[in-house]
Design a protein around this ligand. Structure first.
Ligand code: MN
Length: 182
């Protein structure tokens, strides 16, 4: 079975080739260093969730572009990507008609995501499945309990924080403006 890092490596190389971007151009677009991008492409270093988001946002592709699509057999556990106490899984394959990602994000107790800002026009809906989530939008914090949801313009700076001593899991449904693809 391919590892998620190998999948990321291939997806990044293909995208860069397709767009005829040098490593330096790709670094300028994403804010991820040339050295790190090279390591990811050579599968020498697995990117953290934060790095992967910077690459997806910078290259204006859905996050799920870089993670293994869910298997057709939903009982088989599938690859997510981990780092900094954050796991992201794609629950459904990227939907090109709806331009939508369906992600399940889990934060370990106390974990905080990086500040992210998606493609201009992106709209995100978070729905807390278990635990509690602090959603920070442009510096304002919103506490969402289990079962609560919020929709926001995801081209604004936002991050997530788990304030409790138990994990928090939430769905992140991201609607990208069209066209968004390589
Ligand atoms: Mn987001």
């Amino acid at each position: 079975m391919q590892t998620v890092d190998y999948f990321v490596a291939t997806a990044l190389k293909n995208l860069r080739r397709q767009r005829q971007l040098s490593l330096a151009q790709c670094a300028a677009l994403t804010g991820v260093s040339k050295a790190m991008l090279g390591q990811i492409e050579r599968n020498e270093s697995g990117p953290t969730v934060a790095t992967l988001w910077k690459i997806a946002d910078g290259l204006q592709v859905p996050f799920s572009w870089f993670i293994q699509p869910p298997p057709s057999d939903p009982t088989t556990p599938h690859q997510g990507t981990e780092g900094e106490g954050i796991t992201v899984r794609s629950l459904l394959p990227y939907d090109a008609d709806l331009a939508m990602d369906t992600l399940l994000i889990t934060l370990a107790p106390g974990a905080m995501s990086h500040q992210s800002r998606h493609v201009v026009g992106a709209i995100e809906q978070v729905i807390v499945v278990s635990g509690q989530l602090v959603l920070s939008l442009e510096g304002t914090d919103y506490l969402l309990a289990n079962g609560e949801a919020q929709r926001f313009a995801a081209d604004c700076r936002h991050h997530y924080h788990n304030p409790l001593h138990v994990p928090v899991s939430f769905h992140s449904l991201i609607h990208y403006p069209r066209p968004v693809s390589g």
